[in-house]
Design a protein around this ligand. Structure first.
Ligand SMILES: CC(C)(COP(=O)(O)OP(=O)(O)OC[C@H]1O[C@@H](n2cnc3c(N)ncnc32)[C@H](O)[C@@H]1OP(=O)(O)O)[C@@H](O)C(=O)NCCC(=O)NCCS
Length: 160
């Protein structure tokens, strides 16, 4: 049986818990300040809550709305809740909201090495449109280098 979840608008008071999931999930997690900045900017900032009496926090998602495009900045699912189509369902719901608000496309950057996320985006219909060389820091032990971002987009609404 698939897990049901709800979207909750992220507030300052959520940041501590959001950051725990973030830190467990990324080699280079966002800082608490990064999340606070998104709240201040009034981006589409959501905590995903399991639809159960415990309302457990299962992930988060941040989208920066532009003029005619949406930009996915962060989507993260708690390791215990992965591979249950939660991120895919969340993204599809947000795409639907984008379509209702007349946004034309969703854009995102993903690390070249993030095979799991790339697979998910491709499955959802995202296509590669470019790369940003050395976009992300890559720290492994004492070694500091950089990693490319792949830029992907999904057309939400064709211009006639
Ligand atoms: C990427 C991430 C958000 C995916 O969340 P999720 O809810 O587990 O993903 P879904 O269950 O919706 O997966 C959808 C599809 O993606 C692919 N996929 C997801 N996880 C995968 C894995 N571990 N291995 C291979 N393919 C995978 C599969 O095609 C999957 O469909 P299927 O299960 O029917 O085969 C999650 O792994 C995560 O939080 N990772 C760390 C943070 C991150 O990398 N975020 C994205 C940054 S751009």
């Amino acid at each position: 049986m698939s897990i049901n979840f709800q979207f909750k608008v992220m507030h300052d008071s959520d940041i501590g818990n959001v950051h725990k999931i973030e830190a467990e999930s990324h080699l280079h997690p966002w800082s608490e300040k990064n999340f606070l900045d998104c709240i201040v900017q009034k981006y589409w900032n959501y905590v995903l809550l399991e639809d159960s009496p415990s309302n457990q926090r299962i992930g988060h998602c941040i989208i920066m709305p532009g003029v005619e495009e949406l930009h996915l900045l962060n989507i993260t699912i708690h390791p215990h809740f992965r591979r249950q189509h939660i991120a895919s369902r969340a993204l599809m719901s947000l795409e639907e909201i984008g379509i209702k608000h007349h946004y034309l496309k969703m854009l995102l950057e993903v690390r070249r090495s993030n095979d799991v996320a790339i697979k998910m985006y491709e499955k959802l219909g995202y296509q590669f449109i470019g790369a940003r060389r050395d976009y992300y820091p890559l720290v492994k032990g004492d070694t500091f280098s950089r990693e490319d971002a792949l830029v992907m987009e999904k057309i939400l609404k064709e211009i006639k």
